[in-house]
Design a protein around this ligand. Structure first.
Ligand code: ATP
Ligand code: SF4
Ligand code: MG
Length: 331
């Protein structure tokens, strides 16, 4: 069973405000994205800044309304059709941990209030005594102490604050935890500690993850399967091991060459970080692609399955390698 299944998701933002909005210049932030996350699976979304990772994640919890496509929860519930009461219940099962713990924790609240304020308003709130016991247990699970519940966010380091954000995400025992760049604002040494904490949590709990990172190495360390995004589109998707062994898409290879420092292999223009998509012709990667040919600027490549794979994870759940490119992986 899939926890979440996204099909042909679309989101565009109008570049003009007010009167000029009618002339419609759009950023296609998410453009035809499809993927699913299995039970207990950790799915990574990877790509450079501005490629649409956060927008995709926000669409999943309806922080943004989509312009097209479907999002199914546990194979049956259409997220875009939920009424406000149903949406509230859904958001108890799908939790979002933000990149910047300094901004996502209310500085005036004690950690206890930070943790339980949403829970207390839910139908699952077990009462103050039980609620406190659960908050104490979750603090210990994330490597903090019960006495920390009386302190305030400013008294903690960045890494500790991210532990608190994770505790808040876990408190209601969600089915899916969305981790949006949860380590990228932290020092490298602290990043490792938080990743290890997430690995512990993953091994202890029945929990699926959507793990968002711009760093392919970090995602490869943590994820069962990875989708590589570029300018609003999924370009390649494969089990993490397959991607490491045999990345096929020129963009994924570019990301890997950045990781390994093999910059000489990168095509010219490889340092370009962000350029929003405002028109939809051809392959989104064509301008930077070393393999691009005339057709790539004219036609839009569809995602295609390359068949089975050899990766062992997740157990009993085999996924094909998928690719959006005319040339790479072609027979
Ligand atoms: N609220 C918004 N209004 C207008 N444009 C937006 C909005 N949110 C995102 N965008 C644009 O949509 C595109 C995708 O942005 P998004 O934040 O999803 O990227 P991202 O992959 O999460 O990047 P980062 O790694 O920097 O977090 C970008 O071009 C961005 O400028
Ligand atoms: S479709 Fe063409 S431009 Fe796009 S990644 Fe493949 S070879 Fe490069
Ligand atoms: Mg983002």
């Amino acid at each position: 069973m899939a926890v979440i299944t996204v099909t042909n998701l679309q989101k565009r933002f109008n570049l003009e405000a007010g009167f000029f909005a009618r002339f419609g210049r759009f950023v296609y932030a998410v453009n035809g994205v499809s993927f699913s996350i299995g039970k207990n699976e950790t799915y990574g979304l990877v790509g450079e800044s501005g490629c649409g990772k956060t927008t995709t994640a926000r669409l999943l919890v309806r922080m943004y309304e989509s312009d097209g496509g479907t999002i199914l929860f546990q194979d049956t519930t259409d997220i875009n059709a939920l009424n406000p009461g149903e949406l509230k219940k859904y958001r108890e099962k799908v939790k979002y941990v933000f990149q910047d713990p300094a901004r996502s924790l209310n500085p005036r609240m004690t950690i206890y209030e930070v943790l339980v304020s949403g829970y207390r308003r839910s139908s699952r709130w077990p009462g103050e005594r039980r609620g406190r016991k659960e908050a104490e247990a979750i603090m210990e699970e994330v490597g903090l102490g019960r006495a920390d519940l009386e302190r305030r966010p400013a008294e903690f380091s960045g890494g500790q604050r991210q532990r608190i954000s994770i505790a808040r995400g876990l408190l209601m025992a969600p089915d899916l935890l969305i981790c949006d760049e949860v380590v990228s604002a932290l020092d490298v040494s602290i990043q490792g500690q938080i990743l290890n904490l997430l690995l512990d949590i993953r091994s202890r709990r029945n929990l699926s993850f959507l793990f968002i990172a711009h760093d392919l190495k970090v995602a490869g360390y943590f994820c069962d399967r990875i989708g590589v995004m570029y300018r609003g589109e999924l370009m390649e998707e494969a089990p993490a091991g397959d991607l490491y062994r045999a990345a096929l898409h020129p963009y994924t290879r570019l990301l890997f060459s950045a990781v390994t420092g093999a910059a000489a292999e990168a095509p010219s223009g490889a340092t370009e970080v962000r350029k929003a998509v405002t028109q939809l012709t051809g392959c989104a990667f064509a301008e930077r692609c070393p393999l691009a040919e005339e057709r790539c600027f004219r036609e839009h490549p569809e995602m295609r399955d390359l068949g089975g794979n050899s990766a062992p994870s997740p157990p009993g759940n085999r996924h094909p390698h998928r690719l959006r490119c005319f040339k790479a992986g072609a027979p």
